[in-house]
Design a protein around this ligand. Structure first.
Ligand SMILES: *[C@@H]1O[C@H](CO)[C@@H](O)[C@H](O)[C@H]1NC(C)=O
Length: 294
């Protein structure tokens, strides 16, 4: 009968210990004065998630170890809300990432991405200027475009030189690299001249009305991070990576449901044990006076 309590206690002890570095990391982040916009954006979710795991685990741990039924009941109620929220999130994330494809460009091996191919809630969020400022700051922090450059050995001199335009045009970008196509180079329709992967000269001859062409900057900190193609690339990446993320979410969901069921059994066991003990104590209390009389 103590088995279920021990299991709940052990699980919550582990998550409690795990929440301490998360919480500490969040507090440390928020104490830094010169954080980038990306880190400021992330610090609140980290703090909230860390604090939530901390409190919930503490409740589950204390409830199981001291067999406090009321604590376990609050704990299970919070767990129920968590399970419902996670389930809602899984369905929601499938619903918001249902559309959108990369587009084939003539004479290019990689796909390009257009924001107009996407629709719905997620597109509106990504399209929001305030929100995009934070996301693009995170993309820059993560160095999305830093892996863009490739060098080849020049057969004449034997030294490493940047790849040629033709080599770049024939380059495959894997689905996880869709962000590079959208954020690290100007759209092909701009007709800019290749210098290296992240350096392009505007050509006056080609007139296009894609606003992304004027958003492109050769400043290596700017590039196309403000382009619609970058937003579309992010949406395409989210769509692609969704399957992996949802697998993780489903695994977490199953674990939460198991812990929830074990918690329910623990409460039932504790109630049964409490009843048993009350009878036992009652018998002892009755027996006690006679013992004290001696
Ligand atoms: C392209 O050239 C610029 C200027 O020389 C340099 O700063 C940048 O790192 C180069 N980009 C890549 C991807 O090598």
């Amino acid at each position: 009968m103590r088995g279920t309590n021990n299991l709940i206690g052990a699980v919550n002890f582990i998550t409690f210990v795990a929440s301490i570095p998360i919480l500490a990391g969040g507090i440390w982040l928020s104490s830094q004065a010169n954080n980038t916009e990306c880190l400021r954006f992330l610090q609140w979710p980290i703090l909230i998630i860390g604090a939530a795991i901390f409190v919930v685990s503490l409740m589950g741990f204390a409830g199981a170890c001291y067999r406090q039924t009321w604590l376990l009941q609050i704990y299970l109620f919070v767990m129920f809300l968590l399970i419902a929220a996670l389930l809602g999130f899984i369905v929601f994330a499938f619903a918001v990432t249902d559309r959108g494809q990369g587009q084939v460009v003539v004479d290019r091996a990689f796909l390009e991405y257009q924001l107009t191919d996407y629709s719905g809630w997620l597109k509106d969020r990504v399209g929001d200027a305030d929100y995009w400022a934070k996301i693009s700051s995170c993309l820059r922090d993560a160095g999305v475009c830093s892996g863009m450059g490739r060098t080849v050995r020049d057969p004449a001199t034997g030294t490493l030189v940047p790849e040629s335009a033709d080599m770049f045009y024939q380059r495959q970008l894997s689905p996880v690299e869709t962000l590079k196509s959208g954020c690290c180079k100007p759209p092909t329709s701009c007709g800019y001249t290749y210098v290296n992967e992240t350096l392009w000269n505007p050509s006056a001859a080609v007139v296009v009305n894609d606003p992304d062409c004027s958003r492109w900057s050769n400043d290596q900190q700017q590039l196309c991070y403000q382009c619609d193609s970058c937003k579309a690339g992010l949406l395409a990446t989210l769509r692609h990576s969704w399957r992996k993320v949802s697998v993780i979410n489903v695994v977490i969901l199953i674990i939460l449901v198991i812990v929830y069921v074990v918690g329910c059994v623990a409460i039932r066991n504790n109630k049964r044990m409490d009843n048993g003990e009350t009878h036992g104590e009652a018998r002892m209390t009755k027996a006690r006076p006679s013992r004290f009389q001696f």
